[in-house]
Ligand binder design. Structure first.
Ligand code: COA
Length: 229
């Protein structure tokens, strides 16, 4: 089951919203996804697969054949997690932004993780960790974010483990009744340092001899003029 992680585009936002509705009680209007993806197009990522798209296409062809035989009207029931015309099914996303609150007291540029979720069948495979690492890297590299913040429910063991233990976020404070149902939130933060966020530093990164990504890393570390090719 190959999984692709790539930047989110405007074509993904319906499937992202659908995944969010499936996985979390904190939901957003479509225009809020659009705002993220159009304002910070490098910051949000999706995880997709194509396996089940093949399955559903086969199923549709079969249904069409049966419909033809029975002369029934054709009504393909496409799952909204399928991304229109791309042959992909969305299995996870991270929605991220820069903090653009004009009243904020922050003096340093900083990012925010608005939402993260992975569809149930695809959990515990490292997908959320990879989505988060991509978003943190992009916020730091492209938008020069010095730190990133997020909120998480106190009862959300899976997300807490991911943020605190895997990604080394710190708990800053407890925000009382942060959520609509009255649950408290941990306000968490992580300082960002580009050299620590490079893909080669990922815990499970494979040590492949990849000239292109080696060059990119050198450019990020040293700047263009110091690189000798
Ligand atoms: C939280 C969530 C995004 C994790 O996604 P995931 O793809 O399963 O996470 P990963 O496989 O990348 O796991 C990352 C780490 O968290 C741990 N983890 C994942 N699920 C866990 C669980 N249910 N209980 C304890 N630890 C868990 C993994 O073991 C891994 O730890 P490791 O680095 O020590 O090996 C997913 O469970 C989800 O979508 N939940 C519903 C939505 C949600 O809560 N979003 C977060 C809102 S703040």
């Amino acid at each position: 089951m190959p999984i692709t992680i790539r930047p989110a585009t405007i074509d993904d936002i319906l499937a992202m919203q659908n995944a969010n509705l499936h996985n979390l009680p904190e939901n957003y209007m479509l225009k809020y996804y659009m705002y993220h993806v159009l304002s910070w197009p490098e910051a949000s990522f999706v995880a997709t697969t194509t396996n089940e798209v093949d399955d559903i296409m086969d199923q549709l062809v079969e249904e069409e054949e049966i419909d033809d035989k029975l002369s029934l009207p054709k009504e393909p029931k496409l799952d909204p997690s399928y991304i229109a015309h791309s042959g992909e099914k969305l299995v996870g996303y991270v929605l991220a932004k820069m903090n653009d609150d004009p009243d904020s007291q922050d003096t340093e540029p900083n990012g925010h993780i608005t939402s993260l979720s992975v569809m149930r069948t695809y959990r515990r495979m490292g997908i959320a960790e990879k989505l988060m690492r991509q978003a943190l890297f992009a916020l730091c590299e492209v938008h020069k974010a010095k730190y990133v913040s997020l909120h998480v429910r106190q009862s959300n063991r899976a997300a807490l483990h991911l943020y605190r233990d895997t990604l080394a976020f710190e708990v800053l404070s407890v925000e009382s009744s942060y959520y609509q149902d009255g649950e408290d939130a941990y306000a968490m933060e992580k300082r960002l340092a580009l050299d620590q966020l490079l893909p080669s530093k990922f815990q499970n990164a494979q040590e492949e001899d990849d000239l292109e990504s080696d060059l990119l890393e050198d450019i990020i570390k040293q700047g263009v003029k110091d690189i000798s090719v």
